[in-house]
Design a protein around this ligand. Structure first.
Ligand code: 8YV
Length: 307
């Protein structure tokens, strides 16, 4: 398949770059190669808009290195009959693990405790760190009970937590989890609200002032979805005014720019969008991208018989 032009517009995981280089005619700019590009590999966070897609007249398949589709112009792909693939499943556990890490780090003030030791304050003050908040046994509300939401629920159950959720539809296969028909009702009835849904027009700023107030001064928000699920300005106000107890965030409204007011708060944990960022998971995602490309190009008849 060395003759097949594959566009990689942004640098990515070196293993994936190397594999693409060895299996395809890897191109890194579309300007002078547009007519020869039959496939493109894009990062889920950078995406591919209508201009990107229409600049490639021979594009057959768009492989997303990630799971989120919010940055992909799916309408343009559908109009052109371009196949779109992503990397679900292999990313699920990692992202759910990060949600759990955010919950425990936030409630047990892990970052602050670490600093308390490193700074010498424990030795100087001789006193133990102030008491924090228990996680086990709390009620975890999940917004979006898809692959990642279900993986978070499974982990939280291992901590003896009660699970409730809001999703577009009732998940009959999760009968033991309580369903709430609105996000506000979910927030009103849980201690920890985890955002794990897809970003769509309907879920943009779904975590708004009303939801934050419903979660309340003892409630905490965990976001492993997309930053634009949350009205970040309202989040800052709710945290500063004490209307919301805390937030654990792996994603932000305008990454990598983060609301500076969050930096001074000790009731937040901030991560640089590392949900899938381990060697094992990024390698598995890369292998899935490669498998998607090979399935597309090898599944097609190598010779089209003209009768
Ligand atoms: C990507 C992401 O996994 O998969 C997604 O939708 O949010 C990202 O974490 C990462 O950027 C690799 O493309």
């Amino acid at each position: 398949m060395e003759s097949i032009g594959v566009l990689l517009p942004y640098p990515t995981f070196p293993y994936l770059e190397h594999q693409l280089q060895s299996r395809f005619n890897l191109l890194r700019a579309s300007t002078k190669h547009a007519a020869s590009i039959r496939a493109a590999v894009v990062n889920a966070v950078d995406g591919a808009d209508a201009n990107f897609i229409h600049a490639l007249p021979m594009l057959e398949i768009l492989c997303i290195y990630g799971v989120g589709l919010d940055k992909i112009d799916l309408r343009s792909c559908a109009e052109r009959g371009i196949r779109v693939t992503n990397t679900p499943d292999v990313i699920t556990d990692e992202t759910a693990d990060v949600a759990m890490a955010l919950i425990i780090s936030l409630l047990r003030r892990i970052c602050q405790c670490d600093l308390y030791v490193r700074s010498g304050n424990w030795k100087r003050q001789g006193s133990s760190y102030p008491l924090t908040t228990k996680f086990s046994g709390k009620t975890v509300g999940i917004l979006g009970l898809g692959r990642i939401g279900k993986a978070v629920a499974k982990r939280a159950e291992a901590f003896n937590c009660k699970i409730c959720y809001h999703s577009r539809i009732v998940k009959t296969e999760c009968g033991s989890y309580k369903y709430y028909p609105s996000v506000v009702e979910l927030a009103s009835n849980c201690d920890i609200l985890v955002v794990a849904c897809s970003l769509t027009v309907e879920t943009h700023h779904i975590i708004n002032r009303e939801v934050m107030n419903a979660l309340g001064p003892k409630g905490v928000l965990i976001n492993v979805g997309r930053g634009k699920h949350v009205d970040e300005a309202e989040l800052v106000s709710a945290l500063i005014e004490g209307r919301l107890g805390g937030a654990g965030l792996d994603v932000f409204h305008d990454e990598p720019d983060v609301s500076q007011e969050l930096f001074g708060l000790d009731n937040v944990v901030l991560l640089p969008h590392v949900g899938s960022a381990t060697v094992e998971t990024r390698t598995a995602m890369a292998d899935l991208v490669l498998a998607n490309l090979e399935a597309h190009f090898l599944a097609k008849p190598l010779v089209t018989l003209v009768l």
